[in-house]
Design a protein around this ligand. Structure first.
Ligand code: NDP
Length: 399
């Protein structure tokens, strides 16, 4: 029986809190701590049935000392960081100071430059090893389950993996002209950055959204997909030995891209601060304030997501193909936990990652990405916790 401190009270946190409460045998007590305490209290009110004990706290997670004092008073076994990527290092510092395991779903981002790099967090490896605690990085869906899928393929089906295409399709419709499915600031920073993929030992860079294909997704149908850089490419390129190429693709509708293009053209997606009525503001942060809150999309979103990995390589000297994917239904996620599938597919793997550490299955001291551990117990939990996966040994490959 363990105690978890959950930092953040947004869409993903809501799923994490629900799933912890569904697993009271592992999560005996949780504390939900975030910048706006009222959001934590609202979750407690909804879920407090006495099986998992719930506390709440106000916390500015940019302030390491505040995180340290909360850890000292609540005494968790693990910190589940589902605030924003800007808080990662401050929370990791607090975990080091107090000897508590750490988990997140997105790599550290400096607020002023979008980088999507693990280097800042990987630099903590030795300190976590010495402290005898585990930091599990990127335990959402992508990054997260996509890395576990690759590790599973490597363990069970391939002698050598040569290419991976990560395919992320969202065929959900929320009825708004334009809204992002998770934090708009992080989402738009990701999409408007240059595309990048890894081939023959080097990174190839492409202008944003300039490479497009169509893919016929199981249970969804044909969709336009665009090549993007996504943070798990960095860790998978380093951790999957023999890999020759890895790319990431995401679906976008023409309507979404048209809105994005206009917003970009008028300067609304910029993170360069501008002076407005005597105050410095980031246009993208202002845009976030006028867009629908992703947490409010749940009741409106209908349709499915399909996220998975199409993999090519060699087994017993012969070419081998494999596709492993999950399909998540927005309406079912909402009926179960009150969030749409994007938050659901992120929050469930965060809780599974925490379970792996708390049950002693994945708790090697140091800083790790999910693909560095035995994928089997994680894959079993995906089926149990609401994200069942499917396999296809004859998938269509992208050129
Ligand atoms: P939200 O914006 O809905 O929630 C973020 C929460 O963090 C809010 O409650 C916010 O507080 C809180 N917060 C922000 N700054 C601080 C701070 N300084 N101290 C304490 N709390 C703070 O985001 P999501 O729930 O959609 O996303 C959460 C994380 O999940 C993000 O890092 C995102 O990048 C990641 N993610 C990962 C995915 C994956 O598959 N790996 C997919 C989707 C998301 P307030 O309520 O006051 O605003």
């Amino acid at each position: 029986m363990s105690k978890a401190l959950i930092i953040g009270a947004g869409g993903v946190s809501n799923v994490v809190v629900h799933k912890c409460c569904q697993n009271p045998d592992v999560f005996e007590e949780i504390c939900i701590a975030s910048r706006t305490k009222a959001k934590c209290d609202a979750m407690k009110e909804k879920l407090d049935d006495g099986r998992t004990i719930i506390q709440t706290a106000r916390l500015d997670a940019d302030n390491t000392d505040e995180v340290i004092s909360l850890i000292k008073s609540f005494k968790p076994d693990i910190v589940i960081n589902v605030a924003l990527p800007y808080q990662d290092l401050a929370i990791m510092d607090a975990c080091l100071a107090t000897g508590v395991h750490y988990l997140d779903t997105a790599n550290y981002e400096p607020p002023d430059v979008p980088r999507f790099e693990y280097k800042w967090q990987w630099a903590y490896r030795e300190r976590f090893e010495k402290a005898g605690i585990t930091a599990l990085l990127g335990s959402g869906f992508d990054p997260g389950v996509t890395g576990v899928f690759c590790a599973y393929a490597q363990k069970h089906y391939f002698d050598e993996i040569h290419s991976v295409d990560i395919l992320d399709a969202n065929a959900g419709d929320h009825g708004y002209h334009f809204a992002t499915n998770f934090n708009p600031e992080i989402n738009i920073r990701e999409i408007t950055a240059n595309g990048r993929y890894w081939e023959d030992g080097k990174w190839m860079e492409t202008p944003p959204l300039s490479i497009k294909r169509e893919y016929d997704f199981p249970q969804i149908g044909p969709k336009d997909i665009y090549l993007l850089y996504h943070e798990e490419l960095e860790s998978l390129a380093a951790n999957i030995k023999g890999l020759k190429r890895i790319r990431f693709w995401m679906t976008f509708s023409e309507k979404y891209l048209t809105h994005l293009r206009v917003l970009e053209n008028v300067g609304m997606t910029s993170i360069e601060p501008i002076l407005f009525e005597g105050k410095k503001i980031q246009p993208l942060q202002f845009l976030k304030a006028v867009l629908p809150d992703p947490a409010s999309l749940g009741p409106r979103t209908k349709g499915k997501t399909n996220i998975g990995c199409v993999i090519k390589g060699i087994k017993d000297g012969r070419p081998k193909s494999y596709y492993v994917y999950n399909v998540c239904v927005h309406e079912s996620a909402y009926a179960e936990v009150g969030s749409q599938a994007i938050s659901y597919t992120t929050g469930v793997p965060a809780v599974i990652g925490a379970m792996m550490i708390l049950k002693g299955l994945w708790n090697k001291p140091g800083v790790y990405n999910v693909e560095e551990f035995d994928p089997d117990p994680f894959m079993e939990e995906l089926n149990r916790q609401g994200l069942p996966w499917h396999e296809d040994f004859n998938p269509v490959h992208l050129d």
